[in-house]
Design a binder for this molecule. Structure first.
Ligand code: SF4
Length: 346
């Protein structure tokens, strides 16, 4: 692996090297604390921080900020796993435990927002990996990022599973007074047993719904992305009902269901997990995803219809504001650095 020369052991162990990543030194640290045990942070100085989504993408926004790469929330199905392979890291455990931290993100953002060519367009965060994952508790990049966006009255949205977003509630409120701010919390199901095995590093679904409630109570519009709905694990009528009811009780302004998709990178990891935890489902998954990364249209339509009917029953409005996260379709967004790095590695 490209960073084998870096030390990973010991309490607050630090090493410095100069691999051809981000065109700068990389400082790698491990912290021997329960919160971060087993995780290595690679601190880099990024070349740019506001990234344009490739034109061919199906994303409903054009600009993103991703201060981290890799995600210790460790969701087995995570669609962003593939992006770790651009860094010559593996898409399984490395994705969960080798976290790239763009330590200069706030400073870079201030510069980029002040550039004459920047037109103040909407910026989406949390579109690749979670910007409120555990690393953010230590590195505190988001307060600087939110402050820069607030000071420029630049509209933005955040998608997260992290309850840490509430640490920045005051900044979000200040930003919402001067620009369009929206948030979305990702909760695909409320089954706690399933949560513990398939999303092992995340706050519980209930805690995430509490985040949604708190944000809305403070005037920060918060929707729920009901993603992913896991075929044969969280898609029974009773499970869908329980999830939509909990979402409604949390006061979400809208709910958008999204069925699991399994692109390369996530597919292998998810199927390996399935073979351990639910081996009897392997044949059914192979049949459902026989044509590629997506479940068949009939299945997706069925889930969407069921969730929409339940949402109507529980009185969740069909809010669809410009720039909101309501139509987000998770898709790994290759960043300029990632592509450049890939070329370097080749
Ligand atoms: S929280 Fe989001 S980015 Fe992080 S592992 Fe889970 S799905 Fe991936």
């Amino acid at each position: 692996m490209r960073w084998d020369s870096l030390s990973r052991d010991g309490a607050e162990n630090t090493n410095v090297t100069t691999p051809a990543l981000f065109g700068t030194d990389v400082v790698s640290r491990t912290f021997d604390t329960p919160e971060f045990r087993g995780i290595t942070f690679h601190e880099v100085r990024a070349r740019s921080i506001v990234n344009r989504v490739p034109g061919a993408s199906r994303m409903p926004f054009e600009w993103t900020i991703n201060p981290y790469r890799g995600c210790s929330h460790a969701c087995v199905y995570c669609f962003a796993r593939k992006t770790h392979s651009y860094l010559d890291l593996d898409t399984g455990l490395d994705f969960d435990s080798q976290i790239i931290v763009k330590v200069n993100a706030p400073d870079l953002l201030r510069r980029e927002l002040a550039a004459p060519r920047w037109k103040g367009e909407h910026i989406a965060m949390g579109t690749n990996v979670d910007c409120y994952q555990r690393a953010e508790g230590r590195y505190r990049l988001m307060p600087g990022i939110l402050t820069a966006l607030r000071d420029r009255a630049n509209p933005f949205s955040i998608l997260t599973k992290g309850s840490l977003i509430l640490r920045d509630l005051e900044l979000l409120e200040q930003a919402a007074q001067v620009t369009d701010v929206s948030t979305a919390v990702s909760v695909g199901f409320t089954d706690r047993e399933l949560w513990r095995t398939v999303e092992p590093g995340t706050p519980s679904p209930q805690k995430r719904l509490d985040v949604c409630r708190t944000l809305n109570e403070h005037g920060i519009p918060s929707t729920v992305l009901m993603a992913p709905v896991l075929p044969y694990l969280s898609d029974s009528p009773e499970q869908l009902r329980a999830t939509v009811r909990a979402i409604a009780e949390a006061g979400a302004t809208s709910v958008t269901p999204l069925v699991l998709h399994l692109r390369p990178g996530a597919r292998e990891w998810y199927m390996a997990w399935l073979s351990v935890h639910h081996p009897r489902l392997i044949p059914r998954y192979k049949a459902l995803y026989a044509d590629g990364s997506y479940a068949p249209t009939w299945y997706q339509r069925r889930i969407t219809r069921q969730v929409h009917d339940l949402a109507t029953e529980y009185g969740i409005g069909p809010a669809h504001r410009p720039g909101s996260m309501r139509r987000v379709e998770p898709e790994p967004v290759p960043e300029p650095e990632a592509e450049a790095t890939q070329l370097t590695l080749l």
